[in-house]
Write a protein that binds this ligand. Structure first.
Ligand code: ZN
Length: 504
């Protein structure tokens, strides 16, 4: 069995290495590659993807996993070995259930659809992408059909992002979240608007970059095992636990773009840097799921990075870097500005509070389309009606409405959005648990120390990599399932204080 386990690890390491090489090509394409390299680079990545698919679906790998089943069952569930075999089998079963030619069709369609979207979006021309989106819906349904026995047609699509999570579970949680959120957002929106003009002055790029590096280094992002570069869309990518990189976008006339994208991505990156090195080179050397990963970027960006405690330490330093712009702006004014609630038609411009309503809406529309209750041509109208209902906004055109996100136009319909809102819910559950174990975390933040919090997150979440599913992890840590209460409590307290509202 030892011998078979070694063979399994060797096969998985090859897949891991090829994935890392593809990720490196992708990082390069998004940062420094000259425009002339696009065509060849896309071909090179496609070649790697084909090799990865061949190795991931090799019958020899399947036989090896079968042979290792008794060995796996003899080991404790959460041992490295049993977890490795379990997760590798899950990946293998998933990869082999979907025929290679279907995957090729899906990926070719995604490229064509993405191309159409890049033209349709600036023109606000939904009709241009409608036939593509109809096909995407059809292919998404077909993909689900490769996993028969589901309760809801979205289950297999959600499962690809958060293994084991059911549509019914997410839907019930989101319904309660919406019920709780709507009155809070409405009460806050009725208050006099906050003046956030201090954030929109001229902030030279070099100082902004220097400040973000200072901040994320202090939070615990390890620059000897990472680096920060610029890209049009911020992202985090990992080539090994020893090389986890982040990118950010800097805007000279808006201070928060670089700052919060840097903290957000560093949250993702600290997760990957914190994975046990014993898991290196295996499918366990990544995060538990997309929603748990997002919980970490949100925890660092919002719960830590937009807190008063955090800024009582960092704000004097920021004022030092920008004396003309911020010298006369008080901490209180700055804190209120970075937490300003102003419902926007655009998801990525949304504040912490109303952001979730954007996600819940997309999740519901995805389900309605998959269930056949909403056709693609009715989508823009349904989108605008829900925006009006939840946020009191009607987008000026489809450009700022149904066309704003790339997800449906470059991917699938189903499972694309729930992770963002679940990430928020989980971030509060995890932070609560960390505070219960270490109430001193808040005081430490006020003095610029984050090691206790990071240590707790590493011990309880990061080091395990992908050993546990979303539900297993949250139960291990909090002793309960997904629960919106800590998140709602956090929002009520924070925004109640900020906007002087005693009861929502
Ligand atoms: Zn993220």
């Amino acid at each position: 069995m030892e011998h078979k386990l070694e063979e399994l690890k060797a096969r998985l390491r090859e897949i891991y290495d090829l994935e890392a090489i593809a990720a490196l090509l992708d990082w390069d394409q998004n940062t420094y590659m000259p425009a002339g390299g696009v065509a060849a680079r896309m071909r090179q990545i496609a070649t790697l993807r084909r090799l990865i698919h061949e190795k991931a679906t090799d019958v020899g790998l399947g036989r090896l996993l079968d042979a290792l089943r008794p060995y796996e069952e003899s080991l404790p569930y959460d041992s490295d070995e049993a977890s490795l075999i379990r997760v590798a089998r899950r990946d293998y079963e998933r990869a082999t259930k979907v025929p290679a030619d279907f995957m090729a069709q899906l990926s070719a369609h995604a490229s064509a659809s993405f191309q159409a979207w890049t033209e349709a979006r600036p023109a606000g021309d939904f009709a241009r992408v409608q036939p593509y989106l109809e096909k995407t819906l059809d292919l998404s349904r077909q993909l689900a059909e490769f996993f028969p026995g589901y309760e809801h047609i979205a289950d297999p699509l959600i499962d690809l992002q958060d293994y084991g999570l059911r549509t019914a579970t997410v839907r019930a949680i989101f319904e309660r979240l919406r019920e709780q959120l709507l009155p809070i957002v409405k009460a806050v929106a009725a208050r006099p608007p906050v003046d956030d003009s201090c954030l929109y002055q001229s902030f030279p790029e070099q100082q902004q970059l220097a400040f973000t590096v200072e901040v994320v280094r202090r939070l615990g992002y390890d620059f000897t095992r990472g680096r920060q570069d610029k890209s049009p869309h911020p992202f985090t990518t990992s080539f090994s636990t020893g090389d986890v990189r982040i990118t950010i976008r800097v805007m000279e006339n808006a201070l928060t773009a670089a700052l919060f994208s840097s903290i957000h991505e560093a949250g993702h990156a600290m997760y990957d840097q914190g994975i046990d090195t014993e898991l290196e080179g295996t499918p366990l050397a990544t995060g538990a799921s997309s929603s748990v990963h997002e919980s970490q970027s949100r925890l660092w960006e919002n719960i830590v990075g937009r807190s008063k405690s955090f800024w009582s330490f960092f704000y004097p330093r920021l004022q030092e870097l920008f004396p003309e712009q911020l010298g006369d702006v008080s901490l209180e004014t700055f804190y209120r500005a970075i937490n300003k609630v102003k419902p926007s038609p655009i998801r990525i411009a949304a504040d912490e509070l109303s952001y979730n309503l954007h996600i819940l809406m997309r999740f519901d529309l995805e389900l309605q389309m998959l269930e056949g209750r909403l056709s693609v041509h009715e989508l823009p109208e349904a989108w605008n009606a829900r925006m009006e209902e939840d946020l009191g906004i009607t987008p000026a055109s489809d450009k700022d409405g149904v066309l704003q996100d790339v997800h449906w136009y470059g991917g699938m319909i189903g499972g694309m959005f729930h992770g963002y809102a679940l990430g928020n819910i989980l971030s509060a559950q995890f932070f609560d648990a960390a505070l219960r174990a270490h109430p001193e975390i808040i005081e430490e933040m006020e003095s610029g120390h984050f090691a206790t919090l990071l240590g707790w997150l590493r011990e309880n979440i990061y080091r395990h990599g992908r050993k546990y599913t979303t539900s297993e992890l949250v139960e291990r840590i909090t002793g309960e399932g997904l629960n919106i209460e800590p998140y709602i409590r956090y929002l009520r307290k924070k925004y109640g204080e900020l906007y002087g509202i005693a009861n929502f």
